[in-house]
Design a protein around this ligand. Structure first.
Ligand SMILES: O=C(O)CCC(=O)C(=O)O
Length: 320
């Protein structure tokens, strides 16, 4: 096992950014949070660049014309953006708000209480912490997190009680794992210097994301960073590294006024499923496979044990 896979190997325990942000008189960020800037880092917020909207009710419509039109639009959205908004999905707005509230209550627990869920291994079923993987990062991110494996086996912190109650309701059938990642981005005194989460793509098939009403998500599209402003009561969906379509780089920036909370639900193949290029693409005449077979568990472990850095996880497993 790689040393970085053991979260407990980090030299000293870091306080959460929530505690840091709330410390009195903090007017500048510690240098360990200063994120290096790159050339095309500025966000583009032009009005013409808005992500596709998929109306879920039409995807399941009994009208075949409507349904096939929406399926076509879904294919285009995956191809062109790898990111889209899902409306009319049937999840009550009150449930989405209650989830955000339960996560907010979790982050409000004392450092000691949250410490109970400080994971020792990247695949621990419940793991709370700060940054992404502080044992391998030179620069820390302005973000605290809670990660929970929710399927096929259900896990939930006992505290706050609202959490367990709510998540029990949300259990589903099927074998694919889903991992819930709650992110807290407290107000940052120097948001232009810090980063919530750096550019990365997600493991798995599709990630669904909700947030409180505060923006911060940016998606890379045609080489530019686009600010995403989701419609109320919608999900954001993005393609992960395990789908035929290309997964898309995204990141979370921070602000100096508001607490931002987002919840990502990552859905992947079965943890022990070996994922490899489809055999129909490996017939005579095609180029040799770019990637070998690997279980989803191995891929998640690899991604979580290393620095979050663009598509470096995919690059690591590329056949040379
Ligand atoms: O907070 C966000 O909007 C992005 C979260 C994210 O990319 C993640 O949890 O992997």
């Amino acid at each position: 096992m790689d040393a970085a896979t053991l979260i407990g190997s980090q030299p000293s325990k870091l306080t959460s950014v929530k505690a840091l942000a709330e410390s009195l008189h903090l007017s500048s960020i510690p240098s360990s949070y200063t994120f290096p800037k790159h050339a095309n880092d500025e966000a583009y917020s032009g009005t013409t660049e808005s992500i596709p909207i998929i109306d879920f009710s039409l995807l399941t419509s009994s009208n075949p014309v409507e349904r096939s039109k929406m399926i076509q639009e879904l294919g285009n959205a995956c191809q062109d953006w790898g990111f889209f908004m899902v409306t009319n999905h049937g999840v009550p707005e009150s449930t989405m708000k209650a989830m955000i509230e339960a996560c907010r209550q979790f982050f409000e627990l004392t450092e000691e209480e949250k410490g109970e869920y400080e994971g020792k291994h990247v695949l621990d079923p419940i793991r709370s912490g700060t940054s992404f993987n502080a044992s391998v990062e030179k620069v820390l991110y302005w973000r605290d997190y809670l990660k929970i494996f929710q399927h096929p086996q259900f896990h939930s912190p006992n505290n706050p009680p609202a959490f367990r109650k709510l998540h029990r309701k949300g259990r589903k059938s099927g074998k694919q794992p889903s991992i819930m990642i709650a992110n807290l981005y407290p107000p940052c005194p120097q948001p232009e210097l810090a980063m919530g989460l750096p550019a990365h793509s997600d493991h798995g098939l599709v990630t669904l994301l909700i947030q409180n009403e505060i923006g911060g998500l940016q998606v890379q599209h045609n080489g530019k960073w686009v600010n995403i402003h989701p419609l109320p009561n919608s999900f954001l969906a993005n393609i992960g590294d395990h789908v035929e379509y290309k997964s898309v780089l995204h990141r979370a920036v921070v602000n100096n006024k508001h607490v931002r909370i987002s919840i990502a639900l990552s859905n992947g193949p079965a943890l022990d499923a070996a994922v490899s290029p489809a055999s129909k693409f490996l017939e005579d005449g095609w180029s040799p496979p770019a990637y070998g077979a690997m279980t989803y568990r191995e891929y998640v472990e690899l991604q979580q044990s290393n620095k979050l850095d663009g598509k470096s996880c995919l690059e690591r497993i590329r056949n040379s």
